[in-house]
Design a protein around this ligand. Structure first.
Ligand SMILES: [Zn+2]
Length: 447
């Protein structure tokens, strides 16, 4: 691998010299490079196609303290693009193998793997990192990490975000030949939830189109899958993992396509449509990961202004890259100052949890409640539930230390837009008729 001097040669050009594009806090010099390696802690969420690339890119960009969290084990079908894994690794946890492989190849880097669900970690775990980099393929997981990172954000008395409480995120995503990289500075740039409309729910084709006016190969496949199968195999469930079932769908789709003169039905497309598989492409992952690693380096070092704030890459027809500046949603429940809830000082924790369930902006059931890192009530695990149960009958005002207004965090199941999802929210609780404590509270937060 050569010595570290040659490895940091390109990095040095960015970190040892001033420039026109540097950020306001940039102080070039060898100390910056060394501090970056020594003190910056970066968490990579996901050790799949993007995660493998991210760990390698970050390690080669001078970061020496990395953690990676992933709940999956390696499968044979991962091996074409998740390049840190070998055939003999199949069945092993992705996070552990990925960490080991990068440490073997890049000396001086320490990567701590976490083989678990992202929800299994306490908030404290996430608060330890300077930057969180996301290499995920699910909206739910992104939404969760986003809520965690935004939960650390505090606002001052004038509703301005406090910079020292900001937990920057860099989010990458790929789908076939397309991808995005974005920088989320909670309180400054839109968080994942501010722009949730960028990820519309998966649209299924209307049944009438499938039955009457198919126009694409996918329409023909879905017709065979959703309509014809039931017509012919009354009561027999379709099994997407049974090759005979899949062959049958393919033959029926092909017949229908010929009837309507539609080209393009193949066996692999049939599998893709039925199982809703979007092909993963190694080079897309590499391009998006490179953009994410560079943004992470820029945030950590200030060596250049960060992307503002959403990069899209499209390699479907030619190559197209564009940066779009999205705006924050000022009323965002996740990165905003928090929904204000006014209650009496007599309201018990139990009653408060019921209020959350009925509040039209929240609709949060099974809420766990945390105040300044202290668990007031936890729905799970059973040990914590038992330990915190006695708080339910106590007034929230007492539990929060009898201050007039403060931020609390709640986690539970939200059913906004009729979609049930685990959700974390920040609330501002204001106790009616208690005004004097405000100054006292602000001092406590500032201390
Ligand atoms: Zn937001």
């Amino acid at each position: 691998m050569g010595d570290s001097t040659s490895r940091s040669r390109d990095l040095d050009k960015l970190l040892l010299r001033p420039g026109n594009l540097v950020g306001p806090s940039f102080e070039p010099g060898p100390e910056l490079r060394d501090d970056l390696g020594e003190y910056a802690r970066v968490l990579v969420v996901g050790a799949g196609g993007l995660g493998c690339e991210l760990l390698k890119d970050l390690a080669l960009s001078g970061f020496k303290n990395l953690d990676v969290i992933d709940m999956d084990r390696i499968e044979v079908t991962n091996l074409n693009r998740q390049f840190l894994f070998r055939l003999e690794d199949v069945g092993k946890p992705k996070s552990e193998v990925a960490a080991k492989r990068v440490m073997e190849r890049v000396s001086g880097v320490n990567i701590v793997p976490h083989f678990c669900r992202i929800e299994d970690k306490e908030l404290d775990f996430y608060s330890d990192f300077n930057i969180i980099v996301l290499g995920l393929d699910s909206i739910e997981a992104r939404s969760y990490i986003n809520a965690v990172a935004c939960s650390f954000l505090e606002y001052d008395g004038d509703d301005n975000p406090k910079e020292e409480t900001m937990k920057p995120m860099v989010d990458g995503g790929t789908e076939g030949f397309q991808g995005h990289a974005r920088v989320i500075l909670p309180g400054l740039t839109p968080c994942f939830e501010c722009t949730i409309w960028l990820f519309p729910p998966q649209v299924k084709f209307p049944l009438c189109t499938l039955a009457e006016t198919p126009r694409t190969a996918a329409h023909c496949i879905e017709y065979a899958h959703l309509i014809k199968w039931d017509e012919v195999h009354r009561g027999k469930a379709f099994d997407p993992d049974d090759p005979e079932h899949m062959q049958w769908i393919y033959r029926e789709a092909d017949k229908r396509a010929k009837l309507f003169g539609i080209p393009g039905v193949t066996y692999s497309l049939t599998q893709g449509v039925v199982k809703n598989i979007i092909p993963a492409i190694a080079s897309t992952n590499a391009i998006i990961s490179a953009a994410c690693a560079l943004e992470t380096l820029k945030i950590a070092s200030g060596c250049s202004k960060t992307l503002s704030n959403y990069l899209t890459y499209n390699g479907v027809e030619g190559v197209h890259i564009e940066a779009t500046e999205f705006m924050r949603d000022k009323d965002c429940l996740v990165c905003g100052p928090g929904v204000l809830i006014e209650i009496d000082t007599t309201v018990t924790l139990q009653k408060f949890i019921e209020i959350l369930k009925e509040h039209p902006k929240l609709l949060l059931s099974k809420a766990s409640v945390t105040h300044r890192g202290k668990n007031l009530y936890m729905q799970a695990p059973p040990v914590l539930e038992e330990m915190t149960r006695s708080n339910l009958s106590m007034p929230l005002f007492d539990l929060m230390g009898k201050i007039s207004r403060d931020t609390i965090h709640v986690a539970g199941m939200s059913s906004i837009n009729n979609m049930k999802a685990s959700s974390m929210m920040k609330l501002r609780v204001d106790f009616k008729g208690v005004g004097e404590g405000v100054a006292e509270m602000d001092m406590a937060v500032g201390a």
